[in-house]
Design a protein around this ligand. Structure first.
Ligand SMILES: C[S@@+](CC[C@H](N)C(=O)[O-])C[C@H]1O[C@@H](n2cnc3c(N)ncnc32)[C@H](O)[C@@H]1O
Length: 184
């Protein structure tokens, strides 16, 4: 797979894709589920470590496991986190900017027989005042932003939700610390 972009920066999202050999997607298994991943979709690079991370996320989520809770999966990529939690909750709502990743997330839900997950394409840096109308009040929020972290509007939105639990997964301690420091 040749994934081409014209940026000089460190970006993994391509403008054109050329499949030279084989299929344009790869399959991965995580926590008993199968995931089909396209070239432009984010996927944790170390699958073994991702299993450990996702187990930790589940532990930190403190789900009741009785199928009553709503989970919001922000920056959801191919739906991996939400889908690994879906069997324990009432519904998962995932938000992600990359079209292909959202398509993958919906397909991955089908692949794994998960019917209680909704994945929506959208830019979480540009949420409108009506963002909260897209899902019921969540019991748990998982947020896993890319390195720039979250914008103030999203942070304020999450704080106003007064959700019992927010699990922040970060690949950048600096922006994570900045985001956690926002006063209520
Ligand atoms: C660190 S990855 C996490 C993906 C997923 N949670 C996982 O574990 O595979 C961050 C994700 O945020 C998405 N993203 C980046 N900027 C975004 C934005 N402004 N709005 C929504 N999603 C965004 C990326 O495309 C990527 O899929």
């Amino acid at each position: 797979m040749n994934n081409v972009n014209t940026d000089v920066g460190n970006t993994s999202v391509g403008e054109q894709e050329y499949t030279f050999f084989g299929k344009p997607t790869i399959m991965e298994s995580l926590r008993g589920l199968k995931f089909q991943i396209s070239a432009n979709s984010f996927f944790q690079t170390n699958t073994h470590q991702a299993e450990i991370l996702y187990k930790l996320i589940e532990d930190c989520s403190c789900l009741k496991g009785d199928g009553s809770e709503i989970v919001l999966d922000l920056f959801c990529g191919t739906g991996t986190i939400g889908l690994t939690l879906a069997k324990k909750v009432k519904h998962v709502y995932g938000f992600e900017i990359v079209d292909q990743a959202v398509t993958d997330a919906r397909r991955n839900a089908n692949l794994n027989g998960v019917c209680n997950a909704t994945f929506v394409q959208g830019d979480l840096n540009k949420i409108g005042d009506n963002f909260g109308e897209y899902f019921p009040k969540p019991d748990v929020v998982i947020t896993d932003p890319n390195r720039p972290g979250m914008r103030m509007k999203l942070i304020k939105f999450l704080l106003n939700l007064k959700t019992a639990r927010i699990v922040y997964v970060s690949c950048n301690p600096a922006t994570c610390a900045r985001d956690l420091d926002v006063p209520e």
